[in-house]
Ligand binder design. Structure first.
Ligand code: COD
Ligand code: ZN
Length: 372
């Protein structure tokens, strides 16, 4: 096909922190070497988009990193994708050649890892502009746009048979939670699990624990409305810290006879990591962190926590190697081995994208899928 040209499309632009997004006409450059341009089909709002929109300083910007779409054109050197392929975007990529990608131990790609400056990995420039003025990216994905450009290592091809408007959730939240349960913690049958924060990420840890046959799955959340929906994903006990007279760790230690086998932090609050450590058992208790803290990134924990044999383990994207591993999760979904649809509490049209931000701020949704 002929060399792709600049195109113009609608994108939801954030002009400043916390300011409602504005649907604007943006210019999207052609894919550069080893990049692809994607027509976004569906994208969901993740808590990290909301946090970055509220707290970061890089503007104007196009958020969105949990998305599915169809390849519109490919840049020079791309052989892995062609026009019409169905893809999921990857907020942390996989180059398959760096030390981490070849280690067999890590998904922290050194070339295409989490991008924090709002530009493309290859040239530190943007592929979006309005009248020549650059519009910054988010996590090198920026899916709140009808078209976006990503590095070919930041997308994965998926079967044409699965519905793109559902599997976009595998691009971040659902996969992150399942991976934390299966890859990072490797939950064993009959074990006890406590999960702090019952958003899509925490409830995906719950689903992962249920699939592994955990005997108790305790969910902790300050939003009482999470109690009912949590059962759908396998949560057996719901604890609301606001309704406890004792400390949360005391409550968990009582329910589990001395602490859970595994604790997961899915709130993004470093104080909760200490509580999580205190609520897993001596000897082998494992605390896994998934959340990115918005404030106070430093941890405090008594050394006794570790002296008594507990472990604290960090993770990004559930330890999945995104390109190598996501197709198998898509297969599991098509065989109904994992649930995704149940996390979609709202379907929203692109023009109404700000509603998704409001719903998430108010704690009234799990995932809002935005249809472009
Ligand atoms: N105690 C108990 N529950 C709480 C508390 C508290 N103090 N504060 C908030 N909660 C609950 C909320 O009521 C809510 O139910 C839940 O915690 C958080 O859920 P959501 O829906 O807001 O967020 P998620 O599930 O989409 O994501 C939460 C993370 C913190 C995991 C997320 O923001 C994050 O950091 N993502 C992973 C990091 C990452 O990979 N980032 C790169 C791209 S995402
Ligand atoms: Zn995310």
């Amino acid at each position: 096909s002929s060399f792709p040209a600049v195109l113009t499309c609608k994108a939801a632009v954030a002009w400043g922190p916390g300011q409602p997004l504005v649907i604007e006409e943006v210019e999207v450059s052609p894919p550069q070497p080893m990049e692809i341009r994607i027509k976004v089909v569906s994208t969901s709002l993740c808590r990290s988009d909301l946090s970055a929109w509220e707290t970061q300083a890089i503007f104007p910007r196009i958020f969105g990193h949990e998305a599915s779409g169809v390849v519109e054109s490919v840049g020079p050197g791309v052989t892995e994708f062609s026009e019409g392929d169905h893809v999921l975007t990857l907020f942390t990529g996989e180059c398959k050649t760096c030390r981490h990608c070849t280690s067999g131990k890590s998904n922290m790609c050194q070339v295409l890892g989490l991008e924090r400056r709002g530009v493309m990995h290859s040239d530190q420039k943007t592929r979006f502009s309005i009248k020549g003025k650059p519009i910054y990216h988010y996590c090198a994905v920026s899916s709140f746009s009808e078209y976006t450009v990503v590095h070919s290592g930041c997308a994965v091809k998926v079967s044409l048979a699965v519905p793109l408007e559902k599997i976009c959730l595998l691009s971040c939240g659902v996969a992150a939670g399942l991976g934390a349960a299966w890859n990072v913690a490797d939950i064993s049958k009959g074990s006890t699990v406590v999960i702090y924060g019952l958003g899509t990420v925490g409830l995906s840890v719950a689903q992962g624990a249920k699939v592994r046959g955990a005997s108790q799955i305790i969910g902790v959340d300050i939003n009482p409305e999470k109690s009912e929906i949590a059962k759908t994903f396998g949560v057996t006990h719901f604890v609301n810290p606001k309704e406890c007279n004792d400390s949360i760790q005391q409550v968990i230690n009582r329910i589990t006879d001395g602490g859970a086998d595994y604790a997961f932090e899915c709130i993004g609050d470093t104080g909760m990591i200490t509580t999580a450590l205190q609520s897993c058992c001596q000897g082998w208790g494992l605390t896994v962190t998934l959340g990115v803290p918005k404030v106070n990134p430093e941890l405090t924990a008594h050394y006794g926590m570790f002296l008594s044999g507990r472990t604290l383990k960090g993770s990004l994207f559930g330890g999945w190697k995104p390109k190598s591993d996501l197709p198998s999760l898509v297969d599991m979904y098509s065989k109904k081995d994992i649930q995704i649809d149940e996390y979609i509490t709202h379907n929203i049209s692109f023009e109404d994208i700000n509603q998704a931000f409001t719903l998430m701020k108010e704690g009234k949704c799990l995932r809002c899928v935005i249809h472009l």
